[in-house]
Design a protein around this ligand. Structure first.
Ligand code: ADP
Length: 228
């Protein structure tokens, strides 16, 4: 098995690259999706958020008002409080999901996609170094990341110039709050550059996949020897 962390800033193309790896057979988990699931009513994380942030972040139907929560966290300077609730639970769930896959498939390549892979406060003992065997960094220029964030968020709708400016400011603020690119790149084993077309990204994913598969197989074989 191989536990891969896939990181990069907002809009860099992590999810796109992750989908391409999944087509090759990787087991892909998105930290955002896991966190979203844990924020559903009935989950401990949901209850802790409501206790901490109050009824202003709850919609009439009982679900979390995510934009209101994001405003409090990002613009209101309460991101650390939110992360202290969401990150440990998300990391624990990731670990469970990976263990479950590996128990079924010894040669699995598992990939966790997260913008905040190197976030250290809530990583648990040993930090991210202990949770991942290899790290892939998806690199793109800031302007491209922002343009993609705006396009994805507006999902094709025509924006007024005020809406566009507000989204751009939001994107830049979120990017600034994510771990800086230099630090990311320094920790990474592989870098994918996503400044061109999706096909240009795919070529890089296709080139890297055999190496990941080989590392997973080698580790699976070593484990089989150890267990025999
Ligand atoms: P991330 O997961 O890093 O936030 P995504 O993979 O969701 O980024 O990409 C952000 C948006 O940009 C998505 O709508 C995606 O389809 C689009 N996108 C990603 N890579 C490219 C590319 N090379 N060319 C054009 N659009 C892209």
């Amino acid at each position: 098995m191989l536990r891969v962390g896939l990181t990069g800033g907002l809009g860099s193309g992590k999810s796109t690259a992750a989908r391409m790896f999944a087509e090759h057979g990787a087991y892909v988990f998105s930290a955002d999706e896991i966190a979203r699931g844990l924020m559903e009513p009935g989950e401990d994380v949901y209850a802790a958020i409501v206790t901490q942030f109050g009824s202003a972040v709850v919609k009439q139907d009982g679900s979390l008002d995510r934009p209101a929560l994001a405003r409090l966290a990002f613009a209101g300077g309460r991101l650390e409080e939110l992360e202290a609730i969401v990150h440990p639970a998300t990391i624990a769930r990731q670990t469970e999901l990976i263990e479950e896959v590996v128990s079924r498939d010894r040669n699995a390549v598992t990939i966790v996609e997260s913008a905040l892979l190197f976030e250290t406060k809530h990583c648990g003992e040993g930090g991210w170094q202990k949770r991942f065997d290899r790290i892939i960094f998806v690199q793109a220029t800031e302007e491209r990341k922002i343009a993609r964030f705006i396009a994805r968020t507006s999902s094709g709708r025509t924006l007024s110039s005020e809406e566009r400016m507000a989204l751009e400011a939001d994107g830049r603020q979120r990017l600034a709050q994510q771990a800086d690119g230099g630090r990311n790149a320094a920790h990474c084993d592989y870098q994918l550059t996503n400044d061109g077309s999706p096909d240009q990204l795919r070529v890089q994913v296709d080139a890297l996949w055999p190496e990941l598969e080989r590392l997973a197989r080698d580790s699976g074989a070593a484990e089989a020897r150890y267990n025999s």
